[in-house]
Design a protein around this ligand. Structure first.
Ligand SMILES: [Zn+2]
Length: 326
């Protein structure tokens, strides 16, 4: 019986449901090797008790965690990092060089979030981020390999969603932990097969690009996807949400959707807020057209939040491009 929101995958990989906003939205991944643990993305502060419960369920202690990898420092991935680090005495925090200072002093990062969501919402969604002591932070170079009890885990800089984005390549599992670089996967929430345990075969998810503000860069995002596919992965582990198979086919969908998002955004009429609204309506209509007919009903309501963020990011990108005369 399922007592924990914990998914078990091959090669000692696990996904804890962070409980962020709704079930199946944000995953905290664990890689376990000879009793040692690496964590990929922490989600928000409130995910910590779930993570600790999952560790203990697996017969592991906080002392067993060697690394906490952050794919990037957006708060749904990294908001809990400081709180986690305070509970994990042997762990190092591994982060992109552009993200490190925001983990050591998260005040500016949180202020940016308050600007987008308002103070009350930001606190309710994420909690206030806890600073990470600088001596616990490692800035990962592109290609840098970390050994988890002899299991190599390689950081790959993968800009496009954010300049401070990296993916983690697990050679042993031939799996890539992709943060938001390989999009966001939606599945029918009413189908039980994704909340069951033991190497379940996931339903084919519907992938959308994460074009959130303010560093979306379509060419960089596509180049990052090509780089990941060239590794010939058996599986991708997305933060939103967990295991995705058939990566090359999913990549074809994702690349087409990035190009179409950009075309629709560039052609959207109006200025400012009206333009963003127009982009929102267009990308949402496009995705619902792309989705298999039987999935439209469950897809529409859960798309809403990401469509708003994606529209904001696309509008911002168009504006920047016009200002720079590009
Ligand atoms: Zn993000």
């Amino acid at each position: 019986m399922q007592t924990l929101p914990l998914l078990t995958w091959p090669d000692n990989i696990y996904a804890v449901d962070a409980g962020y906003v709704r079930p199946g939205l944000a995953a905290v991944h664990l890689i376990v090797e000879k009793g040692r643990v690496a964590v990929v993305d922490t989600a928000h502060n409130a995910a910590l008790p779930r993570f600790l419960a999952a560790l203990s369920h697996l017969g592991l202690t906080p002392e067993a965690v060697d690394y906490v990898f952050l794919t990037h420092v957006h708060l749904d991935h990294a908001g809990g990092a400081g709180a986690y680090m305070a509970r994990l005495p042997n762990a190092k925090l591994v982060v992109h060089p552009r993200g490190a200072r925001h983990m050591i002093d998260p005040a500016r990062l949180f202020a940016g979030t308050v600007e987008v969501y308002g103070a009350e919402n930001a606190r309710r969604l994420y909690g206030e981020p806890v600073p990470v002591p600088p001596e616990k932070v490692i800035e990962a170079a592109d290609g840098q390999v970390f050994e988890l009890a002899g299991r190599p885990l390689q950081c790959l800089h993968t800009p496009g969603h954010a300049k401070h984005h990296l993916c983690l390549w697990d050679e042993r599992a031939r799996a890539c932990f992709t943060g938001d670089a390989f999009g966001i996967a939606y599945r029918d929430p009413s189908r039980a097969d994704d909340s069951s345990t033991k190497h379940n075969r996931p339903q084919t998810p519907f992938l959308i690009p994460a074009t959130t503000p303010t560093q979306f860069d379509p060419e960089a995002m596509k180049a990052s996807i090509h780089r990941l596919i060239a590794l010939e992965p058996v599986a991708m582990y997305l933060t939103h949400f967990s295991r995705v198979e058939d990566a090359p086919r999913r990549a074809v969908d994702l690349l087409r959707r990035i190009d179409t998002f950009v075309l629709l955004a560039e052609a959207a009429p109006g200025e400012g807020e009206a333009r963003k609204e127009a982009i929102h309506a267009r990308i949402e209509r496009y995705l619902l057209d792309e989705a298999p007919a039987e999935s439209r009903e469950w897809l529409k309501p859960i798309l809403a939040v990401d469509m708003e963020l994606d529209a904001q990011g696309l509008a911002y990108w168009c504006e920047q491009r016009r200002e720079s005369g590009g």
